[in-house]
Design a protein. Sequence first.
Length: 443
Amino acid sequence: MTSLNGLPDAQIRREWNGRIIKAAVRSPKEVGLVASRTYRSEAAAEPILTSAAHLSYHSRLNPAGLSAKSIQYRSGTTGALQAAAKIGDFSVFPREWRPMNKFSRREVLTTGGVAAAAFLSANGSSSNGRADAQQTPLHHDDNVIAKSINSDTVKVPTLYARLHNRHIAFCSTIFPSVPGLRLDACVYEPGDGFLKLNLMGVSVPGDNTLVYRHSVKSIPGLIHETTFTADTGTVEAVGRLTLDSHLKPSDLRVPENLPTPNLCWCFQKSPNLVAGGSASTPYGERPNVYPTWVQRCFIFTEQGLTFLDKTQRTKTDEVPADDPRNNPVWSQHYIGVWQKAGGESLPVNTSHTRYVAPVIGAVSNDGKYLIGLASESPRYIAQAWHTCLHHVVTWSPTSSPPLERQWRMKLYAMQNEPVVLMARVASDFPSSMRLRDHVIDNQ
């Protein structure tokens, strides 16, 4: 692979290793302590999805059998990649709760609903058994309505369009190169401040591709198209606006400040990522293991690769201050060093710790793999409730008319090599690596 500046991939890796890495990343052995010893196989259990009412990533297997004494992994390291502190030019390397308002989450979190019942009654029973992480398989009960044509099933993930309800679908896939990893991307998650859409349909225009078409609720005739494209170890999503076939551009005025929709990248059916190593009931993450998911999530800060439990984390107002989900904080939003906290309307639980590159990721339970989610210049990124990641993206280029803009995100799944991840992000999103040149004092 060659970088944007013509440097071979091997040279990029030497640069990152020689000039950036000063502290050891949590080793596979250290990370694996968090959950791999408490894995239990769910392969013989009943199907996760049994009806259309359950078609969402919030549908879970019974979590009984999770260890109540999950071992905490903490290496004490400040991270592996001392990126911003050591590199002068990053470009050489290839208030009101809004985005986390998933399906009326505030109501679920603050009342005696499903979440509270599952949360408060989860005592957990010890399990000494261990099994290799296996993805939750896709089957007919998942309401699959379309499947991508896979050009290489050994290397490339197959994409499945699943119907959640009349207006919401999912893009699901299992990565052949990463054991225990299944993606269920919600297309799209409703919430205030995001583009509100109605699902129209899904098409299969070419190999390794699915296209989702939604009508924009507030503007008849305006269509939002999302193209998911799978490649070796990646899934990319690109959104753009277009018009209904019977309209001409002169027939419709598209607002300049139209928001983007809220795409949720969820891994709740991934035993190698979910806290404790097995799926949990809807809204029922367990307090004795969920913080280990936070401890394995990371961003890149002035100190290098930084696990989120090492960042400053602000409590949410969705639940009381003394709620266990605020002690420690379960969900958090982050902005870049080129952005100022308070410069725009941000969720109340936005961290004072800022990233130097728009990437958020997580290390697997066994410590052998990682995922990373990147985009060009998001408003903010989030490690949200449950086992999911978000980029709240923007339309670009802003100088172009709305119908000529797009947003783009890309998910990477690979061996636990942060250097390789950042090299690939730099190659795919070169301008994002230059954002750190415009640091704003946040004091």
